[in-house]
Every structure is written in structure tokens, then in C-alpha cells.
Design a protein around this ligand. Structure first.
Ligand SMILES: Nc1ncnc2c1ncn2[C@@H]1O[C@H](COP(=O)(O)OP(=O)(O)OP(=O)(O)O)[C@@H](O)[C@H]1O
Length: 332
């Protein structure tokens, strides 16, 4: 499979701001490597603040201007770091589609849904307005909003949250991008609607042969939608591999902690008591020594507080950054 998105050695820092108190720059990504093959679906999972969104924003050229970025981000052979806003906005939308958590903030409240889906087609392909609208109606139908029930003349506020997210997906698909980046696309939706939207994303990306980068704090979402997954902790990829392999042989104590904290689907409130991972994520301004998970890790030993683990092979296509990976009984 040829590589579509190739992120190497990505480091993102925010310089200290006035009033931040003591401490240096906040390093939010530590040498992140991420590859997405053509047509492949890759997930990034981790707790809030681990750097998932920063990785997605970097790929889209949407990092805040205050961020210092080092490393390389290549899309389909072309280096994206250092591109200007103009060049980057031509790539966004045309080569990559985006779906975010809150559909209402992605949509313009005073423009019709048909107009918003048609916009990319007018902009990137210079289609005449009538033709662009016709294509927009077909795209809306494709995402489950047929025109006999959902006129393109509707405004976003006339739709439910799930229907709005369908409109956002139609916008993301409009120009036939090679890559869809979905950052917590179902987190703001009702539980009953979540799986419909995930199914839709999985279906359209598979049918179009599009690659998918799915970002979620929810291991269940990653299990349902991805071929390969990365687990991030404190700006570092701590485990990576084919999704089925990682679920079958979870190697990093952090991944196991996330799994233990995952509500069983359909059992929310009535099932087993959820574990939480005690402790807090480290301050990104603090100097880093040893494994970043060591202060919270049930298995940490002396070495973990001194040395930084490399990404070592654990299974087929499976790597882990841990000196004592695997099950408790294998750790000794
Ligand atoms: N402008 C900024 N200046 C300094 N630090 C920032 C800035 N924006 C984000 N951060 C920090 O970057 C880190 C990574 O944030 P990021 O949004 O990527 O996490 P995340 O895993 O996507 O979490 P969430 O699910 O909450 O969005 C966090 O520690 C956050 O506080």
C-alpha cells in the first residue's frame, strides 16, 4: 500500500506566554511519526490533552500561529510544512476532508445546506452554481439526506445534530479528497445516533477508497472504524499496530488502562464499575525524564523513571514504547 500521509519526527511547542509562571516552552508533540496508506483507516486514541488534535491540526496546516513546528508532513509526496495559507487552503477541502466534533461550528448558520455543500465544488472545480447545487443534492442524498425530505434550501438550525453532521460529511466528500480526517466526530451526538454516523463514515470512505484518520478518546470508536491504531500519551505515540492485533495483545500499561476505563457498549450505568487511570497527564512545560507514563504506571520500576523507552517491536506490525510490555505475568 503506498503512503498517502507521512508525518515524521513531528515536534510541536508553544513558547511560554506572559503570566505562565515558571517553566519553559510547552512541548505538546514529542517526535510523532504517523503514516496513513492510501485507502487505509488509521485511528489515534488517548485521553484529553494527549496531542491527538494537535497531530490532526498539524496535518491540516491548522495549528495556531504561535506554535513552533519541526519535522516533516508529506501528503502524496508533497511537503506541507512551510506552505503558506493560500497553498494550504487549496489542499484542504480538495485533498483532505475534515469532520469535527461540533457540526454547528463547522457550518455557517445563515447559509443553506445546499449552498454550503456546493461551495467546495464552485471553489475548487469552478463548477457553475446550478451544476454545483445539483451535485450537492446528490451528495446530501448519499449521506442519508434525500431531497424529498431534506431540501437543499434548509438551514442548519432546521436539522438535528446527527443530520448536521451528515451535512458536514457531505461537505468533506464534495471534492473527492484522498483523506478524511475525523476528530471526535460523534462525541457531541446522542448515543443512538453515534453508531449511525460512524457507519456512514466507514461506508463512504470504503466506497470511495478514501483513507481515514479517525481521532477519538473512545477505544470503541477506534475498534469499529480503523485498520490500524496509534495510542498517544502526553504527546508521544506509546503503542501502534493493526487494530485487531493491538486489541488482542495490548502491550502498553496505558492502553490497558484505557481499555479498563471503557464502558461496555449497552451496559452504561448497569455494567461493571469502570476503572479510571489514577493520576494526571504530565505538564507539557515540565522537562521530560524517563517514560512519561511512569508516574501513573502500576508496573513502573526504577529504570522507567530514568530512561526513555524506544518504540520496540511487540508483534506483527505492532510496536510499543515500554520496558515491561504485555500482560502482568509476562512483565517480570
Ligand atoms: N495554544 C496553546 N498553547 C499551549 N498549549 C496548548 C495550546 N493549545 C493546546 N495546547 C496543549 O496541547 C496539548 C495537546 O492538546 P490536544 O488538543 O492535541 O489534545 P487532545 O488529545 O486532542 O485532547 P482533546 O480531546 O481534549 O482535544 C494539551 O496539553 C493542551 O493543553
Amino acid at each position: 500500500m503506498s503512503v498517502l500521509l507521512d508525518i515524521r519526527d513531528l515536534v510541536v511547542e508553544f513558547p511560554p506566554a506572559h503570566g505562565d509562571g515558571p517553566g519553559g516552552a510547552a512541548r505538546v508533540l514529542h517526535h510523532v511519526d504517523l503514516r496513513v496508506g492510501r485507502g487505509e483507516s488509521v485511528g489515534i486514541v488517548g485521553e484529553s490533552g494527549c496531542g491527538k488534535s494537535m497531530t490532526a491540526l498539524a496535518a491540516m496546516g491548522l495549528l495556531p500561529v504561535s506554535a513552533d513546528v519541526a519535522g516533516s508532513i508529506v501528503l502524496d509526496g508533497a511537503e506541507l510544512t512551510g506552505l503558506g495559507d493560500g497553498a494550504m487552503s487549496r489542499i484542504r477541502g480538495r485533498r483532505m476532508g475534515m469532520v469535527f466534533q461540533e457540526p454547528m461550528s463547522a457550518l455557517n448558520p445563515v447559509r443553506t445546506i445546499g449552498d454550503q455543500v456546493a461551495e467546495g465544488l464552485r471553489l475548487h472545480f469552478r463548477l457553475p452554481p446550478g451544476e454545483a447545487l445539483e451535485r450537492a443534492v446528490a451528495l446530501l442524498e448519499r449521506v442519508g439526506l434525500p431531497s424529498n425530505r431534506f431540501s437543499p434550501a434548509l438551514y442548519p438550525h432546521q436539522l438535528s445534530g446527527g443530520q448536521r453532521q451528515r451535512v458536514v460529511i457531505a461537505i468533506a466528500l464534495a471534492c473527492g479528497p484522498d483523506l478524511l480526517i475525523a476528530d471526535e466526530p460523534t462525541t457531541a451526538l446522542d448515543v443512538t445516533i453515534q453508531s449511525q454516523i460512524l457507519d456512514l463514515i466507514a461506508e463512504v470512505t470504503a466506497e470511495e477508497g478514501m483513507a481515514l484518520l479517525m481521532i477519538s478518546h473512545d477505544l470503541g470508536v477506534i475498534a469499529e472504524t480503523t485498520d490500524r491504531m496509534l495510542v498517544m500519551y502526553a504527546g508521544t505515540v506509546v503503542e501502534e499496530g493493526p487494530t485487531t492485533e493491538v486489541f488482542a495483545h495490548m502491550a502498553h500499561p496505558y492502553t490497558r488502562g484505557l481499555f479498563a476505563a471503557m464502558p461496555a457498549r449497552g451496559l452504561i450505568g448497569g455494567g461493571r464499575r469502570l476503572a479510571t487511570i489514577p493520576g494526571q497527564v504530565p505538564d507539557p512545560r515540565a522537562p521530560r525524564v524517563g517514560c512519561p507514563f511512569a508516574p501513573r504506571c502500576p508496573r513502573a520500576r526504577e529504570r522507567c523513571r530514568i530512561d526513555t523507552p524506544a518504540a520496540d517491536p511487540f508483534g506483527p506490525g505492532h510496536t510499543v514504547r515500554c520496558f515491561y510490555p504485555g500482560r502482568e505475568e509476562h512483565a517480570a
